[in-house]
Write a protein that binds this ligand. Structure first.
Ligand code: SAH
Ligand code: SF4
Length: 428
C-alpha cells in the first residue's frame, strides 16, 4: 500500500513541478514513506534520516518529509529525534501535500499533520499519470479488528471502503493508461463493501472492463471470505487463481490470544471450499512466530497446519512487540526461541515454495509480461500464481499475457521459453 501511496504522492506533486529522481542527492524534496508494522521497519526510518542529514546541512532549502505509519504513530518523536525534518504526515493526509510544502517554506518548525481528516484523500487526488502494467488500486483502508499484536487499527484508523463508482472509475483510467492487471489493496481488502454488495460483486464489475486481463486482491482476512467472493473465484476467469490469506498461527489457543476470531479448522475448511471453487488455486499466507503465550505445542500446531495446506508462497515474521498493543504488555517469549521457531517455519515454507515452483516445469503457463528482464534480450513478468518469470524474448511481449512453456522452477522464480510457432510452420 505504501507503493500505491507513494505513486499518488507523485501525482499530487506533479502540478507543482516535482518529478521523481533516482538519488536523494539530486532531489529538492525527500519523502520517506514509512512502515510501522514491525520494530525493525520503524527503526530503519531513523537510521535513514541519520544518513540523509548531511544533505540537508549542505542544502538547507531542501525539504524533508516523513510520511506513512511511523509518521502517524510517532509524529512529535520524529521531530525531536530529527529536528531537520520539515513535514510529518500520516497516511490519510498526503492529498494536502501542496499546502504542507507551502507552509513548510514559511514555518519555523516542522509541519505535523497526523489527525484523521474529515475529508477523504481519494476525493482530492488527481488521476494517476503513468500506471504500471500491474497497477495497485487501494479500495479499502483501516481496520476494526484489533488483533493483539497489530498497530494497523491505530495507525491507519477505522475500516473504510471507497465507493464502487470511484473504484471503477479509477480502474478504467488505469486500464486506459496501459494497466493490464489491477491489484486491489486494503488492510482488510475483503471487508470492502459497497451499497450493492461486497468484494465478489466488485470483482465481477471490474471483470467487465475491456483489456483488463487480471484481477488480484490483497490482503484478505479469513473472517471476511464470504460465499459470494468464493463464488467469484469459480465464476470470474480474470480473477487469478492465487490468494494471499494470512493465518498467523495453526494453534487455536494462539489464534484466540491473537483475537483473530477463527480457529485453525475454520481456516482449513475455508481453503477446502476455495479449492473446490477453483481447482488450480494456490495460496500464500502470513505466519507470526513466538506470539506471547505460544508454547512448543502451539508452534508444532502451526507447522502441522502449514504441512496440511501446502503454501505456494508465504511471509513469516518473528513476533515484534509494538507500542500500545495488548500483546506488547504480555510476558514475552525469549528471542532465541523466537529465532528457532521462525527458522523452522521458514525452512518448511521455503521447501513448499520450491516444490510448487518445480511442479510448474514443463507446463504451459500464461505470463503477464511487465518489463525487461535482468539480462539484455530478456523479458520479465508474473505467472497467475505471482511467481516471477523470466524469458528470452522481444520487448513487444511487454504488456501482453502470453502462454509460454516453463523450462525450470527455481526456488524464487521460473525460467520460461517461448512456445514453438506451430501454426506459422504449418503455413510455411
Ligand atoms: N490484515 C491482514 C494483515 C496486515 S499486517 C490480516 O489480518 O491478515 C501484515 C502482516 O504483518 C500480518 O499478517 C502479520 O503476519 C504481520 N505482523 C503484523 N504485526 C506484527 C507484529 N507485531 N509482529 C510480527 N508480525 C506482525
Ligand atoms: Fe492488523 Fe490485520 Fe488484525 Fe487488522 S485484521 S488488526 S490489519 S492483523
Amino acid at each position: 500500500m505504501n507503493v500505491y501511496d507513494s505513486a499518488r504522492m507523485q501525482d499530487v506533486l506533479a502540478p507543482l513541478g516535482y518529478a521523481p529522481t533516482e538519488r536523494a542527492e539530486d532531489a529538492d524534496m525527500v519523502i520517506l514513506n514509512t512502515c510501522h508494522i514491525r520494530e525493525n521497519a520503524s527503526e530503519k526510518v531513523f537510521s535513514e534520516l541519520g544518513r540523509l542529514r548531511p544533505l540537508k546541512q549542505a542544502r538547507p532549502g531542501m525539504i524533508f518529509a516523513v510520511a506513512g505509519c511511523v509518521a502517524q504513530a510517532e509524529g512529535p518523536e520524529i521531530v525531536a529525534r530529527a529536528p531537520f525534518v520539515d513535514i510529518v504526515m500520516g497516511p490519510q493526509t498526503y492529498h494536502r501535500l501542496p499546502e504542507m510544502v507551502a507552509r513548510a517554506a514559511r514555518a519555523a518548525g516542522a509541519v505535523i499533520e497526523t489527525e484523521f481528516p474529515a475529508e477523504s484523500k481519494f476525493d482530492h487526488l488527481p488521476d494517476s499519470a503513468a500506471p504500471a502494467i500491474s497497477a495497485f488500486l487501494t479500495i479499502q483502508e483501516g481496520c476494526d479488528k484489533f488483533c493483539s499484536f497489530c498497530v494497523v487499527p491505530y495507525t491507519r484508523g477505522a475500516e473504510a471502503s471507497r465507493p464502487m463508482a470511484a473504484v471503477l472509475a479509477e480502474a478504467r483510467q488505469l486500464v486506459a493508461g496501459g494497466a493490464r492487471e489491477i491489484v486491489l489493496l486494503g488492510q482488510n481488502v475483503n471487508a470492502w463493501h459497497g451499497d450493492a454488495g461486497g468484494l465478489g460483486r466488485l470483482v465481477r464489475e471490474l471483470a467487465e472492463i475491456p483489456d483488463l486481463l487480471r484481477i488480484r486482491y490483497t490482503t484478505s482476512h479469513p473472517r471476511d471470505m464470504d460465499d459470494d467472493l468464493i463464488a467469484a473465484h469459480r465464476d470470474v476467469p480474470a480473477l487469478v487463481p492465487f490468494l494471499h490469506l494470512p493465518v498467523q498461527s495453526g494453534s487455536d489457543r494462539v489464534l484466540a490470544a491473537m483475537n483473530r476470531g477463527h480457529t485453525a479448522d475454520h481456516y482449513r475448511r475455508l481453503v477446502d471450499r476455495l479449492r473446490a471453487a477453483r481447482r488450480d488455486l494456490a495460496l500464500s499466507t502470513d505466519i507470526i512466530a513466538g506470539h506471547p503465550g505460544e508454547t512448543e505445542a502451539d508452534h508444532q500446531a502451526t507447522l502441522a497446519l502449514i504441512r496440511d495446506i501446502g503454501f505456494a508462497q508465504a511471509f513469516s515474521f518473528k513476533y515484534s512487540p509494538r507500542p500500545g498493543t495488548p500483546a506488547a504488555a504480555a510476558r514475552q517469549i525469549a528471542e532465541v526461541e523466537k529465532d528457532r521457531r521462525l527458522a523452522e517455519i521458514q525452512g518448511l515454507l521455503r521447501d513448499q515454495q520450491h516444490v510448487f515452483n518445480r511442479a510448474c516445469a514443463g507446463k504451459m503457463v500464461k505470463v503477464l509480461f511487465t518489463g525487461p528482464g535482468r539480462h539484455p534480450g530478456q523479458v520479465a513478468g508474473r505467472s497467475p500464481w505471482l511467481q516471477p518469470v523470466h524469458m528470452t524474448g522481444p520487448a513487444s511481449l511487454i504488456g501482453t499475457e502470453t502462454t509460454v512453456r516453463i523450462a525450470e522452477g527455481h526456488p524464487n522464480s521460473l525460467a520460461a521459453e517461448p512456445l514453438p510457432q506451430t501454426e506459422e510452420l504449418a503455413c510455411a
